[in-house]
Design a protein around this ligand. Sequence first.
Ligand code: NAD
Ligand SMILES: O=C(O)C(=O)C[C@@H](O)[C@H](O)[C@H](O)COP(=O)(O)O
Ligand code: ZN
Length: 364
Amino acid sequence: MPATDTVRIPLPDDRAYDIRIGSGLLDEPASWQGLPKAAAAVIVSNETVAPLYAERLRERLRSVYARVDIVVLPDGEAHKDWASLNRIFDHLLGQALDRKTVLFALGGGVIGDMTGFAAAVYMRGVPFVQVPTTLLAQVDSSVGGKTAINHPLGKNMLGAFYQPERVIADLDTLDSLPDRELRAGLAEVIKYGPIADAGFLCWIEDNLDALLARDKAVLGYAVRRSCEIKAEVVGQDEKEQGLRAILNFGHTIGHAIESGMGYGKWLHGEAVACGMVLAADLSRRSGLVPDGFVERLRALVERAGLPTAPPKLGIERYLTLMRVDKKAEAGAIRFVLIEGLGRAGLHAVPDARIAETLAAHGAA
Ligand SMILES: NC(=O)c1ccc[n+]([C@@H]2O[C@H](COP(=O)([O-])OP(=O)(O)OC[C@H]3O[C@@H](n4cnc5c(N)ncnc54)[C@H](O)[C@@H]3O)[C@@H](O)[C@H]2O)c1
Ligand SMILES: O=C(O)C(=O)C[C@@H](O)[C@H](O)[C@H](O)COP(=O)(O)O
Ligand SMILES: [Zn+2]
C-alpha cells in the first residue's frame, strides 16, 4: 500500500473528517470504504477532468454503490453559476435519486465548490466527498466546507458552509495538471506562511524549485502542511466568526480582480497572488510590517511565476467591487493584514490608503 498522510478536521457533532493525502489513492479500495451507505453515488466532474479520471473512480465506487452515475459540467470559473448547479439538480431529480445519494466532487475548486453547494441543498442535504485534482483544491478548496457559486457582481456570493464526509487527495492526479494551474495552486500554499507559519514560508522559499518541478515528496509535504494549517483554523472557527478570515489573505483585491476582469480571465490563484502582494503593502503602510517583508513576499510570488501587478481596472472600480466583499462591514472594506511573520488579523482600512496602494502598483 502506498504511504498515505491523514489530516483530521476537528469538528463537533460527528462532523469531523479525514483528508487522505498520497499517491495512488484513487485506485486504493480503502479510500472508498466506510462512507455513508446509499443506493447510488453520483460523480460530478467537468469535460476536462472526467475523461481523465471519472471511469477509474466509477470502477472503484461500483464495489460500494450499486449505481454510480457521472455528471459532466462545462469547464471553467465562468461556469461556476446557477446554470451548472441546475444541471446537477436536473440529473438528481431526473433520475429520482433519493436523499441518501452520495455526491463525489472530482476536479478542482470550481467542481468542489459547486458539488458541495449542490449537496448542501439537494433535498436539504445529502453527503458528499471531495476528490480534489488540482494543487489548489488539494491544499485549500476541498477542505473546510465553504461551498458556493459566483454572481456577476461578486465572487462566491451564493453558498453555504457544508462539510464533506472525507477528502481524498491523490497526488498522482497532479501529473496531468497544466503548469499554469500548478502555479496558481502555489499561491494558496504561499498564503499559509505569512498568515500562520513563518517556518513554512522559509520552507516554501527553499523548496520552490522542487515544487515547480513537481517533486512528489515535496508536493506531498506542501499539501499536508497546508491542510494541517487549514484544519487548525477551521477547527477553531468553522463559520468565519473571527479567526478563519485569515485564510482570506490576498482575497479582497483578488476577488475584485476575478469579477472585475470577468471570471476565468485571471485564475483564482493568480488573483490571490497579486492580492497578497498588495495586502502586504497595505500591512506595511499600516505600520505592521517592515519594507523587507513586502519585497520578500513579492519576490517569492514572482519566482512562482505568478503576477505581482494588478490589472488596470481603475481605483473607483476596485473600491466598488470590494465594497461587496464578504468581510466588508457597514460600508468599510476590511483586509486581512500581516501583523508580523506568521500572524494576521482583520483590519478596516480607509479608502484613501487602499487607493494609495492600488495607485502605487499601477491599478489606475
Ligand atoms: N471552498 C474554498 O475554501 C475555496 C478555497 C480556494 C479556492 N476556492 C475556489 O476554487 C476555485 C479555483 O479552483 P482551481 O484552481 O482548482 O480551479 P478549477 O477548478 O477551475 O481547475 C483548474 C483547471 O484545471 C483543470 N483540471 C483539474 N484537475 C486537473 C487534472 N488533474 N489534470 C488536468 N486538468 C485538471 C480544470 O478542468 C480547470 O480547467 C475558485 O472558484 C475558487 O473560488 C474555494
Ligand atoms: O476557507 C476559507 O475560509 C478561505 O477563505 C479560503 C480561500 O482560499 C477561498 O478562496 C474561499 O473560497 C474564499 O472565501 P470567501 O468567503 O471569500 O468567498
Ligand atoms: Zn482562495
